[in-house]
Design a protein around this ligand. Structure first.
Ligand SMILES: Nc1ncnc2c1ncn2[C@@H]1O[C@H](COP(=O)(O)OP(=O)(O)O)[C@@H](O)[C@H]1O
Ligand SMILES: [Mg+2]
Length: 226
């Protein structure tokens, strides 16, 4: 989908979180880097209408998330750093099924679709476990299973591996970059991962400082902050 920002600014009271962002992107793997507080999460949240611009216009696949948040949310799945905040239902299978509650499918169809999604991401064997009993890595796979079951067009992942150990971070990263056909916007402090994206955005002090091939964007980030 085409992601378009036209003169987008976001302010919280006196604080400018994003300042005059202009971009047009349609790459499949879009990476986002930048120091804490640079505006990355604000950028991510504009994509599905969790935040609306103070001025300017966002368009994602022709949908304006500010004026049509329902359409924006149904086409965009959002993954947070903290997998606990994404768990809604008591068991793993119920949690994925919850995504399909208004799909018009029967209870059995929902359960079998939900199970297939869990199996796709390697956690089918955990279907009947209490969702909160899972490890952090398994919880992120649960969040991905729950989002993917509704077949969104775009996945926005805001530091999805920040709370994971190395092995789980690697597992979740591989799933996001290699196992998902959808377009992915990936915010990360893992520069190795950022380097695998098709294009990299670098935010600094509420501004979009650089957009381009990952390698030079990472080099200047390291040079300025290393
Ligand atoms: N809801 C909010 N209220 C007030 N200030 C906010 C809010 N959300 C973000 N900010 C501020 O906007 C700036 C950008 O935040 P954010 O987009 O979360 O940055 P990042 O994700 O890069 O760490 C920060 O200075 C942050 O403190
Ligand atoms: Mg953030």
């Amino acid at each position: 989908m085409l992601i378009e920002f036209e003169s987008v600014s976001v302010s919280f009271d006196a604080k400018t979180a994003l300042d005059d962002i202009n971009l047009k992107l349609d790459q499949k793997r879009i990476g986002v880097i930048g120091l804490n507080g640079s505006g990355k999460s604000t950028f991510a949240r504009l994509l599905n209408g969790l935040i609306t611009p103070t001025s300017g216009r966002v368009s994602v696949g022709g949908v304006n998330p500010a004026t049509d948040p329902k359409a924006a949310r149904s086409q965009t799945g959002f993954i947070f750093s903290n997998p606990d905040v994404q768990i809604i239902m008591p068991t793993v299978l119920e949690d994925v099924s919850f995504t399909l509650r208004q799909s018009g499918l029967t209870k059995d169809e929902i359960a079998s679709k939900a199970l297939a999604s869990l199996e796709r991401f390697g956690i089918g064997h955990l279907a009947n476990q209490a969702a909160h009993s899972l490890s952090s890595g398994q919880k992120q796979l649960l969040a991905i299973s729950a989002i993917m079951v509704s077949e969104p067009k775009l996945i926005v992942a805001d530091e999805p591996t920040a709370l994971l150990d190395l092995a789980n971070a690697r597992l979740v990263s591989r799933v996001l970059l290699e196992q998902i056909d959808q377009q992915v916007v990936l915010i990360t402090h893992d520069l190795r991962l950022a380097n695998e994206c098709d294009i990299l955005l670098r935010f600094a002090d509420a501004r979009l400082l650089e957009v381009g091939e990952p390698s030079p964007v990472i080099s200047s980030y390291l040079a300025e902050n290393g």
